[in-house]
Design a protein. Structure first.
Length: 159
């Protein structure tokens, strides 16, 4: 009887581990849409005052103090990432931001399917990010949001 219980327990544990492994490469949700704007202050005023979104956080250049990006929060789990346009960034939609459970597992799965992926790196928001390129050159920024990421902190403070 004990052998049967151990056998069944082993099967159940194996299924649980396999299920956990299978889910680590999944996309949790669309976390943000990245846009570049010709007038950062005007865009932020529009999103905050006209649209009624809250400014979740702003990242500034360490030397100049100028904003390099800001997140405005649309709902608990969704944001608009606003960046100033520049010589290398024209105004418009720049990317889709996808929140992933495990960035390395997701990148491995995408690479197996022939998707062009970049190596993960630490971002200025304390998340781990990597780009993947979809059809027609559409950039998808994959983000693993740990507890210290600015996005996770904004999500946790949502009321």
């Amino acid at each position: 009887m004990r052998s049967l219980a151990l056998f069944v327990g082993g099967i159940l544990l194996g299924l649980a581990v396999q299920t956990g492994i299978a889910q680590t490469d999944r996309v949790i949700n669309v976390n943000h849409v990245g846009i570049t704007v010709s007038n950062f202050d005007e865009a932020m005023k529009f999103f905050k005052e006209s649209m009624g979104f809250r400014e979740a956080f702003t990242v500034r250049d360490e030397k100049t103090g100028q904003p390099t990006l800001a997140y405005v929060q649309v709902s608990r789990d969704s944001f608009i990432e606003v960046q100033p346009a520049g010589a290398d960034r024209r105004p418009g939609i720049s990317h889709l931001g996808l929140h992933v459970e495990n960035i390395r597992a997701t990148l491995a799965r995408l690479a197996q399917h022939g998707v062009k992926v970049e190596e993960p790196r630490a971002s200025r928001t304390n998340s781990v990010i990597a780009n993947a390129t979809g059809p027609d050159g559409i950039r998808m920024e994959l983000s693993e949001l740990g507890p210290e990421s600015l996005q996770r902190k904004a999500m946790n403070s949502w009321k």
